[in-house]
Ligand binder design. Structure first.
Ligand code: PCA
Length: 189
């Protein structure tokens, strides 16, 4: 099988937490999973900037696919995201102090994009690996959705495929399970 490049991103801590399991899980993954060679990137929790950095890195490493990972506090299952929506609406400021209220991500863009990686199959693979998983139909309206929507917009009409996976807090799902879940999801791509 020809090796393919997967850009996989995690986030810095935000909202007063001192760790973000998304980066902790991503950094623990091996360099190769199945047909994929992984390129890892840590992103700031900042509207616009996270997506710009991921987009640049995807170009630089000539990624075939981009899998973004973030934290969804309160969820107890690993949740691949079905859709990114064209809105920024934050209940807390991002790490640059910006708190948009109901503004579009791209004023000329469509209302939403569906993920272009097989998120249903990825969800089933995570569950088969023994980790609680559920397909999610909202990535929220904070920086994670901003990243997902912007990458889907940027790479629409290209062969580069994009998806997002939210992980629970470490108190709700041990990091080992999150690592196992991401590995199963990547094997299913
Ligand atoms: N979760 C936030 C942003 C960074 C992260 O890990 C979100 O769900 O938007």
């Amino acid at each position: 099988m020809e090796p393919k490049t997967l850009l996989i991103t995690g986030f810095m801590p935000f909202g007063g937490e001192n760790r973000n399991p998304s980066w902790e899980a991503v950094r623990a993954l091996p360099k190769r999973i199945g047909a994929w060679t992984l390129v890892k990137l840590l992103l700031p929790v900042e509207f616009g900037r996270a997506a710009a950095l991921a987009s640049k890195a995807a170009d630089e490493c000539r990624a075939d696919a981009v899998l973004c990972v973030g934290l969804a506090a309160g969820r107890t299952a690993v949740t691949p995201e079905f859709v990114g929506v064209n809105v920024r609406d934050a209940s807390i400021a991002d790490n640059a102090g910006y708190r948009p209220e109901g503004e579009p991500i791209n004023a000329n863009g469509p209302a939403a994009y569906f993920s272009t990686l097989p998120v249903r199959k990825m969800t089933e693979a995570i569950a088969s690996a023994g980790v609680s998983a559920r397909l999610s139909y909202t990535a929220g309206t904070y920086v994670c959705n901003d990243l997902l929507y912007t990458l889907l917009d940027r790479f629409s009409d290209t062969p580069v495929r994009v998806a997002f996976v939210h992980l629970p807090l470490e108190k709700d799902l041990p990091l080992e399970s999150s690592i196992l879940a991401l590995t199963a999801a990547i094997e299913a791509i």
